[in-house]
Ligand binder design. Structure first.
Ligand code: SF4
Ligand code: SF4
Length: 391
């Protein structure tokens, strides 16, 4: 974005404050600069030359979780999340605090398989050390194998259609079993599944660090791969990836992966109650809305319908709050992230539910850290279990 255009966008703000209504960071720390309106005012001050870059300015701008709870609320139609992303790209060279994260994010997105191997070899020494030093919020257990590193096609005999999977880094390297669950479910529904070679990170984590140029390179690569495929849909288990490739790519590079669909909207009308085992009945389940699914893609009903169709008692809680993961935010703002998590799970832990179901691998990481009295599951593993229990 040209600097004059950016200033015009920022100047549209009439400081009405509507965008603060659901801002999780403002909810946690009620100072103006920790809310959406305050961040826009700071970016306006910086872009108009009235405010010099400083660690405090950077801290306020990089502390936005990019949840998107503010974007649809602006009466002037300001795309606040995009404004914040662009602001970060302007501030990144002055932001020393996250320079190591930028280095690691660049390296990981360029050499994902090598990074995974290095981390796998060193994980039992490295992760406990980083945890002890407070540099990571939890001790991850890496799986033995990641999901994909080459073209994979899973054929079916009576084919109803063909879909591609946008695996995403978290599913590929941390939760490959969820990718396998997705393939099993799609297969059972009669879909041929393709995992194309050459997929790269969706770029969202890079944008949160202000690495716009690098994110553009990744977006172009993914677009070239997925838009060439002859498929009915491109499905991802991570709403951040779906939001990035479908909604954010057009803003970033002028074109997106139009066929990208959230899995719950794709499969909801393909699932019959008869496909589920009655063994699931009467289990109480809480559904946690991932921010990017709810605010970014507008999907709240479909996962709930699926959970009810499986036969679970859906327990509604006092309004879903941001879990505080937000990718690299949880590494940069550990205290804030923990505060958001505590608020989010307060109601979940009190309820008589047997499980928490969500639809985002990032939310799973964060909620698992805080909720110890019930399992946190991805919607796809719940669907798979209900479908395959009876066979
Ligand atoms: S994206 Fe979320 S955290 Fe950031 S300003 Fe908007 S509501 Fe607040
Ligand atoms: S809702 Fe829009 S106009 Fe109102 S304060 Fe927020 S950004 Fe400014």
């Amino acid at each position: 974005m040209e600097s004059s255009q950016y200033l015009i966008e920022l100047s549209k703000c009439i400081r009405c404050g509507s965008c603060k209504a659901f801002c999780p960071t403002y909810d946690e720390d009620s100072t103006e600069a920790m809310g959406a309106r305050g961040r826009l005012a700071l970016l306006w001050g910086f872009s108009s030359g009235q405010l010099a870059p400083s660690p405090i300015l950077n801290d306020r701008i990089f502390s936005c979780t990019t949840c998107g709870a503010c974007s649809g609320l602006c009466p002037l139609g300001i795309d606040i999340k995009e404004v914040v992303y662009h602001g970060r790209s302007l501030l990144k060279n002055t932001d020393k605090k996250r320079r190591y994260l930028r280095f690691l994010a660049r390296f990981f997105t360029k050499k994902p398989t090598l990074s995974f191997r290095l981390l796998s070899i060193t994980q039992h020494i490295l992760f406990p050390y980083l945890l002890k030093k407070g540099l990571i919020p939890f001790n991850p257990e890496l799986p033995e194998h990641h999901l994909k590193d080459r073209l994979q096609v899973y054929t079916v005999s009576k084919k109803k259609g063909r879909v591609a999977v946008f695996t995403g880094c978290t599913i590929n390297f941390l939760y490959p079993h969820l990718g396998e669950s997705l393939i099993n479910v799609l297969h059972r529904l009669g879909y041929e599944v393709i995992l194309p070679a050459g997929e790269v990170c969706c770029g969202a984590p890079l944008r949160t660090l202000g690495l716009e140029k690098e994110a553009i390179e990744l977006a172009k690569k993914n677009l070239g791969i997925f838009n060439r495929l002859n498929v009915d849909a491109v499905l991802s288990l991570c709403p951040t990836c779906t939001l990035a490739i479908k909604v954010e790519y057009p803003k970033l590079i002028g074109d997106g992966i139009d066929k990208a669909v959230d899995i719950s909207s794709f499969i909801i009308d393909k699932l019959e109650p008869s496909q589920f085992s009655s063994l699931s009945s009467s289990k109480g389940a809480i559904y946690h809305d991932p921010c990017h699914l709810k605010y970014g893609l507008g999907i709240e009903r479909e996962p709930r319908e699926i959970i009810k169709n499986i036969g679970f008692d859906l327990i509604e809680t006092e309004g879903t709050k941001c879990c505080g993961f937000a990718g690299l935010f949880s590494l940069s703002y550990k205290k804030l992230s923990q505060g958001l998590l505590n608020k989010c799970i307060m109601d979940y832990t009190k309820r008589e539910a047997e499980m928490i179901i969500t639809a985002c691998p990032g939310c799973m990481i964060q909620l698992t850290k805080g909720v110890k009295n019930k399992p946190v599951l991805h919607l796809i593993e719940v669907i798979e279990e209900a479908m395959f229990q009876q066979s």
